[in-house]
Ligand binder design. Sequence first.
Ligand code: FAD
Length: 457
Amino acid sequence: MKTLGSLADFQGTLIHPDSPGYDDARRIWNGAIDRRPALIARCASADDGARALDHALELGLPVAIRGGGHNVAGSAICDGGVVIDFSGLRRVDVNHARRTARVQPGALWGDVDAATQSYGLATPAGVVTHTGVAGLTVGGGFGWLSRRWGLTSDNLISARMLLADGRSVRAAADEHPDLFWAVCGGGGNFGIVTEFEFRLHELGTEVLAGPLIYPASQAHDVLGFYREFISGAPDELAVFINLRAAPPLDWVPPDLRGTDVLMLIPFWSGDLGEGQAILDPLRRITRPAADLVERKTYLSHQAMFDASVPHHWSYYWKSHYLPPLTDGAIDTLIERSWQKASAASYTIVFHLGGAISRRPEAASAASGRDAMHAMNINAAWPEGGPDHPDIEWCRDYFAAMEPHATGGVYVNFLHNDEGEARIRAAYGGRYDRLTRMKARYDPNNVFRSNQNITPAT
Ligand SMILES: Cc1cc2nc3c(=O)[nH]c(=O)nc-3n(C[C@H](O)[C@H](O)[C@H](O)COP(=O)(O)OP(=O)(O)OC[C@H]3O[C@@H](n4cnc5c(N)ncnc54)[C@H](O)[C@@H]3O)c2cc1C
């Protein structure tokens, strides 16, 4: 019988509780998560992933899969089990002629953007460069470019997958299409993706974007106008909302830092000459305290939020999908957003619709096609362990927003204390089909360190 951590032929690094570097290796983005795996198998190849999976199954140990390690719920790490850690596998190969990219499972969005932008190409990514490609894609994924080109998983051409029974298969629209349907949003329940192939688009390297910053006292007027303004927005335009204390970052004017502000963040990816006129009405609502909208590289815009959500702070999230903002939603955003204790806590409202909404709800497992927004209430605190008063702020605020929400939620914004009803809410009418797919591809629920879909019986 094999013993723990003695995998034959494993080429990467095996990290045990008594190995130097164990505590670093088990840390993930959310510093509030403190779990102790029996083994961290840091893979040097996809084959290493297969060896580590085989080993865990033989020993009957739980398995967790780590991509970028960003999931707020901490699902990349497990207590007492084997972490199949792809963080060292970050290669991105762009095929310029075919407008595609092949991406390894440990790549971060910053890696993909850097490689694709050297050709002026892009695919819809997350809005923080240090987020992992793998977890985001298998949850659906959206960002600045999603109104124009759809969810991240809508741009997945194929996934090379390692299944619970040890088989390695390619899933695509024409190969295991049912598996492909499930992996595009099913959140890591169906197997380990060892390579992603994405469709790329001609973006160019510059966009017109940046925050308009208003004092909290103007939030009512600004959000009322915003609701009308975005109702007819072209797909090339996305306008996100951020309600918070202005962070002490380089791009924030010094006199605003620490004050309660509302930021509207327009992002225009169409013709740059036309963009100013499209954004003009936003600038006429009322005079912002700072207007930082400018022509800039897509790469620099993608890094805009990076420093405000660093690794190893503690985080607690709650989230809703929202329809177009109602009066009640606006009132609640304004009433609750600034009642937090930590200066680092904030509310972000993503602008969806556009190309996301034009695919049918049943096109893949991914959610959000019927929503105009995804709202994420983020409690964040740099120090002091896993407990913080803003956890209650986050929960109460979430409950107050419930009457103004669609009832759905983005699976990648769920925390680890939400329960099965919320996972069902994340998948809506697709949940039952997903349970049948789970029964076919992972009947023993090997892949359960995630927002778990129970196999149908
Ligand atoms: C700061 C920050 C910003 C974010 N911004 C956005 C955003 O703009 N848009 C958005 O859509 N989401 C966003 N998210 C949420 C993000 O999509 C999830 O946190 C996602 O899980 C991150 O992927 P990861 O690879 O880093 O996750 P990890 O924590 O490494 O993994 C999470 C889960 O993904 C699954 N998984 C990981 N790797 C694989 C694999 N190779 N094969 C199969 N399943 C796998 C597993 O179930 C795993 O438990 C953000 C998160 C953070 C923390």
